[in-house]
Design a binder for this molecule. Structure first.
Ligand code: AMP
Ligand code: MG
Length: 323
């Protein structure tokens, strides 16, 4: 069972767990978050594992202050104005990602944009002390409703995580509002804890709705498609193909592969998840026409890994059913 420690006494324990790549449930003003170091792939993989998420959707990276945010995302004037007005608070901004920021690609699901938010309270102090951003989706298992009390987190995830920080009932109780500035336009990607008209009053432009379907990750089959074609569950590698391998034994023909990356030589799905986006991108950069992918087990994090690979392999620009 998870330790449950009151927020006033939990900082040291939370810091040492996060520093070693563990995940910690923390109170925020919206709902409880399941936090992990956003620069550590194994930590981010643990978030997906603990939630039992069948998909790698991109996560919100939480920052302590605007300076940390500016080191991670590229702010346009409108986004900066919204941050200055609403942060800390339940507003998330989607911005172009600075590739050198050290954010692990599992946080953004390989996208070139990043969702950023500055929380209030315990999470804010924690991030400031850690000195690194925290990836933190809601602290509930996939498909369940978000937790607004430490007891709810403990009942749901207590067997799978080491620590729940108890900050009482979360004041907002709703997830953050997510917006994205796009030229002079402002898109509402998810309604949430700050009402759209409050955002509009500060922004001086109307929020455009209906963008959710296009913007939200995973809606397009080809969202994560590399330039190369993908061949999944291969039984053999054809000459000239790049090989995305998994586990200790290789499929026939691997000697003829143009390039090879092994997601996890020991067959560890958490390690494979952490390596997935980076390795797909690396093999794509070799210029191979086809990336052949060895079979990956379907259990645990394997479900999300296989989902992402299927999307990458799907015909381009074909809509998929919502996640
Ligand atoms: P959660 O962390 O569970 O509150 O969910 C994060 C939300 O942020 C999801 O709805 C994602 O679709 C959205 N999100 C995160 N990153 C991005 C991004 N780069 N572009 C668009 N939406 C994003
Ligand atoms: Mg959630």
């Amino acid at each position: 069972m998870a330790e449950v420690i009151p927020a006033g006494e939990a900082l040291g324990r939370a810091l040492s767990l996060l520093d070693t790549g563990e995940v910690v449930a923390i109170p925020t003003e919206t709902v409880y978050g399941l936090a992990g170091d956003a620069t550590n792939g194994a930590a981010v993989a643990r978030i997906f594992e603990a939630k039992g998420r069948p998909r790698f959707n991109p996560l919100i990276a939480h920052v302590a202050d605007l300076a940390m945010a500016e080191r991670i995302g590229v702010f346009d004037p409108l986004s900066r104005k919204l941050a200055q007005e609403f942060w800390p608070g339940p507003l998330t901004l989607v911005l172009p990602l600075r590739p050198e920021a050290g954010i692990h690609p599992l946080v953004t699901a390989g996208l070139a944009t990043i969702a950023l938010r500055m929380p209030r309270g315990f999470g804010n102090g924690l991030i400031a002390r850690l000195g690194r951003p925290l990836a933190a989706p809601s602290a509930n298992s996939s498909g369940r409703i978000s937790a607004t009390s430490a007891a709810a987190v403990e009942a749901d995830l207590g067997g799978r995580i080491p620590l729940v920080v108890d900050g009482g009932q979360t004041p907002v109780g709703l997830e953050s509002t997510i917006v994205k500035a796009d030229g002079g336009r402002l898109l509402l990607l998810r309604p949430g804890g700050i009402a759209a008209d409050e955002v509009e009053a500060v922004a001086g432009v109307k929020l455009e709705r209906g963008a959710t379907g296009v913007q939200s990750p995973g809606m397009l089959a080809s969202h994560y498609a590399p330039g190369a074609a993908m061949r999944l569950n291969v039984e053999a590698v054809r000459p000239g193909e790049a090989l995305l391998a998994f586990g200790a034994s290789r499929v026939p023909g691997f000697e003829g592969a143009a390039a090879m990356k092994n997601l996890s030589p020991s067959g560890d799905l958490r390690e494979a998840a952490a390596n997935l986006f980076g390795f797909m991108q690396a093999l794509d950069r070799t210029g191979a026409g086809v990336i052949a992918v060895e079979p990956i087990p379907a259990h645990g994090l394997g479900e999300a890994i296989n989902d992402r690979l299927a999307r990458a392999a799907a015909p381009r620009d074909k809509p998929l059913p919502p996640a």
